[in-house]
Design a protein around this ligand. Structure first.
Ligand SMILES: Cc1cc2nc3c(=O)[nH]c(=O)nc-3n(C[C@H](O)[C@H](O)[C@H](O)COP(=O)(O)OP(=O)(O)OC[C@H]3O[C@@H](n4cnc5c(N)ncnc54)[C@H](O)[C@@H]3O)c2cc1C
Length: 374
């Protein structure tokens, strides 16, 4: 068994984990990042990133625009039938595939960050020290663990987290397409049981990513049939699926997506990004929240180290409080909007209200987004 001492072990190299490593590596913190998959890799995600993270990404040496990210400033939302309402996006955002973005962040890590491509299978805490075990039987000791292992991981089960045993009724599908679509637009089209986001990525491909209830999906016979028979009742999606050419050989799909409340600290592990809580994807803010959580954690951690305290209790309560102050209201607003949009009567009423008073839309968007991170 291999043993080495680290200050922090980061489990999961998605946006939250990679940004934490990028932030801390500049301060000579001994980091080990454990990630189970090689880069680059496509992920099921809407691939619209709120501009609120740009200043922070720039401080980490990341410039998505220089790598082809597309500037998005307009938002379109449609009813189940395909009636649309358009609005400017208050802060705007950019379109970049996770294939490119995660690789961009990974490539920016310097040699001081140790990366282990392996799956963490257990985390134990004893006498102020963690031991992380991996599938390939590595045992790593460290003082702090960051849990940035995403929406759902086998670690959640091993750690006995409450949300993991609750049944969920959500699944999501994504693929890239060749299609004539405005560069500066992100669209959200509703259909029975879900909604589908469309926006361009750095390759010029349109990413179509949808979230749906299993109840709705099971009315059809697989992905293609679902797109044809249920989603295409929305005339916008009908036009899209009839005219777009799928670039991916096969659509990617995930299930068991949970929006349940999660613990921000679990058994002294600092949870970041989706591991701490997943915002409803229609808000297009989960990636920004994951990146923002990395900043919050890193700053609090560095402050404690700087004061030569690194008192675990102080750190935990500072992180938990800051996380709640920054994200709790956003998560609640996201849940309210999702309930509204997926309820037949309420959504019809909401669309009518928004068409009469279009300024409601930017107001609603602001409720689920933060301001520029500086
Ligand atoms: C359908 C859908 C559409 C979305 N669309 C958008 C959007 O348009 N805009 C937006 O901002 N957000 C969107 N989101 C949310 C966004 O995808 C997430 O909030 C974001 O990816 C969270 O980043 P993360 O770093 O927390 O997790 P992830 O990016 O999921 O990274 C977790 C990492 O942990 C690794 N891992 C897991 N378990 C282990 C283990 N045991 N050992 C080692 N490694 C492990 C995984 O391989 C992965 O690399 C969407 C989500 C869904 C479901």
């Amino acid at each position: 068994m291999h043993q080495k001492e680290y200050d922090i072990v980061i489990i999961g190299g998605g946006l939250a984990g990679l940004c934490t490593a990028l932030h801390l590596q500049r301060h000579h913190i001994r980091i080990l990042l454990i990630e189970k998959q090689e880069y680059p890799k496509h992920r099921v995600c809407g691939e619209y990133v709120s501009n609120e993270v740009l200043p922070y990404l720039n401080t980490l040496g990341i410039d998505p625009q220089a790598h082809g990210a597309i500037t998005i400033s307009r938002f379109e939302i449609s009813t189940r039938e395909g009636e649309t309402i358009e609005s400017d996006l208050p802060l705007g955002g950019f379109g970049i595939s996770r294939y490119a973005l995660d690789k961009l962040l990974f490539d920016a890590l310097d040699s001081s960050t140790n990366v282990l491509f392996d799956t963490a299978v257990s985390i134990t805490y004893l006498n102020d020290e963690f031991t992380v075990l991996t599938q390939n039987k590595k045992a790593v000791k460290c003082r702090f663990v960051v849990g940035s292992f995403g929406k759902r991981s086998l670690l959640d089960k091993r750690l006995g987290r409450d949300f993991i045993n609750k049944r969920t009724h959500w699944m999501a599908v994504k693929a890239h397409y060749d299609f004539d679509f405005p560069e500066d637009m992100v669209a959200l089209h509703n259909f029975e049981g879900g909604y589908c986001g469309l926006s361009k990525t750095e390759t010029g491909a349109v990413n179509a990513c949808y979230l749906t209830t299993l109840k709705s999906f099971n009315k059809a016979n697989g992905i293609e049939d679902f797109q044809k028979t249920i989603m295409s009742k929305n005339k916008k999606l009908d036009y899209f699926f009839k005219n777009a050419r799928q670039i991916f050989e096969k659509s990617l799909s995930i299930s068991q997506i949970s929006f349940a409340k999660k613990s921000v600290i679990h058994n002294h592990i600092f949870m970041l990004g989706d591991s701490a809580g997943l915002i409803h994807p229609l808000c297009g803010n989960g990636m920004a929240m994951a990146i923002h959580a990395a900043k919050i954690f890193s700053e609090i951690y560095l402050e404690e180290i700087h004061q030569k305290n690194s008192d675990r209790e102080v750190l935990e309560s500072a992180y938990q409080n800051m996380w709640k102050t920054t994200f709790s209201e956003r998560l609640r607003a996201g849940a309210r909007i999702q309930r509204l949009l997926l309820n037949d009567t309420a959504s019809a009423f909401t669309y009518k209200a928004i068409s009469r008073f279009p300024s409601i839309l930017p107001y609603v968007i602001r409720k689920t987004h933060g301001s520029l991170m500086v």
